[in-house]
Ligand binder design. Sequence first.
Ligand code: F6P
Length: 327
Amino acid sequence: MAEQIKRIGVLTSGGDSPGMNAAIRSVVRKAVFEGIEVRGILRGYEGLINGEIIEMDSRSVSNILSRGGTVLKTARSMEFMTPEGRAKAAKVVEENGIDALVIIGGNGSLQGALALQKERGITSIGIPGTIDNDLGHTDYTIGAHTSVDTVLDAVDKIRDTVTSMERIYVIEVMGRKEPYIAVMAGLAGGAEEILYPGAEVDMDEIAGEIKKAEKKGKRSWIIIVSEGFSSAHSMAEKIVEKTGCEVRGITLGHIQRGGAPNAPDRVLASRMGAYAVSALIEGHSGKMVAIKGSVLLLIPYEKACFEREKDRKLQEELYSLTKLLAA
Ligand code: F6P
């Protein structure tokens, strides 16, 4: 029989993502419903080390469902990356009578949760919150859907000027090493080319395609480049060099992390938040909430963080279809 959880702490860590607030709201309200006290930890692991802890109840999470960012603030903590920093964090957890943590964040944040459990025995459940969709064994992470929508909005707007001025635009999107945002936005935005980590790219071939298309009257191109592959500007330079065409490079940057979460992210975050609390009540620890199809499940942190190989077949399919439809 699992030891009864009386008080949990919730924190957001790493890069914020749209839907983190919806997840916090769900964690808090589900915990309160179950008679569990909630402490909010500000500024992620950094705030945990510094003891930045607030009491939370159902009213503390009013009107945050639709807001981007995270009301708990977030940070990337260098100190927490050291065993000494994690020892300090564990001490704060114990001193505050916190029985378990809910950690909302991306790959690095859940690796931190894993280390905290292994070294200090701190109970936790993770919720994947990152626009990158770079955690293993889950179809989606909270924020990835909204981020693709944001990129699409920009791509559609850029398309207007690309078409009018008959130029080539290279648009750089986020996602660290994970091509998710690039391939999704590429297909949905009708890109002519997508360049992402792992893709086999022959610049001469791309230049040849551009020149061939030009002869057939196609003079405008959108090339989506994932930040893990190259920067927009260096790719733009390479294309100018090879084709002599007029090329612009644009980096979408941090707008991709902001804005109100869309419906799929609000639903995902609300489901995952409540599920995380149930998992703690049932005695689970060291696991991340994942979604496969429409089903929620728990995946050990090790698998979620290190077996992150996504469905490459799907990526290739989306890429090939993008190319076919860009004819
Ligand atoms: O983890 C989310 C993310 O937006 C990545 O896509 C990107 O590489 C990184 O964070 C940017 O980090 P920072 O906010 O520290 O510039």
